[in-house]
Design a protein around this ligand. Structure first.
Ligand code: FES
Ligand code: FE2
Length: 315
């Protein structure tokens, strides 16, 4: 996957589950994804360029169209193009500012979450990151859902060390989605990053409604009891073993004229604080056997995540 705005008139290289993938656009704006490998000599097509709705290999300029077929071999004027001259194409769709790729030929196992706020003109949407971590996507996702660390890893920004108790919360697992809600202590809005809409009080609370869509996607809706709201859409892209990239798309229905850079800088700090912790975790992938690690009552989400990943045969 990639942020859509990163894919302009040049191809972009990415890696998904260890596969090299090139993402590019035809002139009608449609995004395409294919194996990032030229059948001729194995060159990365992402080093090439786009011409006449084809992706051109940088080595000998063979051209591939959006179906993956090689349609032009400049070196051979008279021989026809062999049927083998093609590269596999992958399913691809663009939504919420992200280009999503599915490597299999079958329909994607799960539909994308529905997030009407991110498609509404009443909400301001900001793309933050992406955040490249040397960890498994499961650890990056679990960190995003973890309540116990806020006062300690993000004091003054997301949590208050004087109020470390995690309120009880129940997790409802429906198919591949975990649903849970929590009202938890929050740090007062900071002067450096005035991004939240909590009331001016010494001890603000945050209402958070989560959907964790297995395996690596989260929709978090935040509020403070009034009409102001935020939605966080987080997807951890599993690049390869112990490498992931987090995309965090944030919508809000207030302060719509604020520059994107404020939220982007805020999330850079938050994700940076988390990164050094998560990259130190061993094993790098969440151990899905509940007998591993130690779970207490306030870790209800982590326990449910492990159970559901096992049930869905994802972990
Ligand atoms: S390696 Fe791609 S055209 Fe030769
Ligand atoms: Fe965190």
């Amino acid at each position: 996957m990639a942020y859509g705005h990163e894919v302009t008139d040049r191809p972009v290289a990415t890696t998904l589950l260890g596969e090299a993938v090139v993402v590019w656009r035809t002139a009608n704006g449609c995004a395409h994804a294919m194996r990032d490998l030229c059948i001729h000599r194995g060159t990365a097509l992402s080093l090439g360029w786009v011409a006449d709705d084809c992706l051109v290999c940088p080595y000998h300029a063979w051209r591939y169209d959006a179906t993956g077929a090689c349609v032009r071999i400049p070196q051979s004027a008279h021989t026809s193009i062999p049927a083998k001259a093609r590269t596999p194409v992958y399913q691809c769709q663009e939504r919420y500012g992200l280009i999503w790729v599915c490597l299999t030929d079958e329909a994607p196992a799960y539909a994308l979450p529905e997030i009407p706020e991110l498609e509404s003109t009443d909400w301001k949407v900001v793309h933050t990151g992406p955040f490249d971590w040397q960890s498994d996507a499961s650890r990056q996702v679990e960190n995003f859902t973890d309540f116990g660390h806020f006062p300690w890893v993000h004091p003054g920004l997301l949590g208050d060390p004087d109020r470390p108790i995690v309120p009880d919360h129940a997790v409802d697992i429906r198919d591949h989605v975990l649903h849970y809600t929590i009202v938890r202590p929050e740090a007062p809005n900071s002067d450096d990053f005035p991004v939240f809409a909590n009331a001016v009080t010494e001890r603000p609370d945050r209402r958070s409604r989560y959907e964790l869509h297995l395996p690596y996607t989260i929709v978090l809706r935040l509020g403070w009891g009034g009409t102001k709201g935020m939605v966080y859409f987080f997807a951890s892209h599993p690049q390869k073993a112990n490498r992931c990239r987090g995309y965090c798309v944030i919508g809000r229905n207030y302060d719509c004229d604020d520059p994107d850079s404020t939220l982007q800088a805020f999330e850079r700090v938050i994700f940076g604080q988390d990164q050094r912790i998560v990259e130190s975790q061993r094993p790098e992938q969440v151990p899905f056997d509940l007998a591993d690690e130690l779970h207490l009552r306030f870790d209800a989400v982590a326990v449910a995540y492990r159970r559901a990943m096992r049930t869905q045969q994802l972990g």
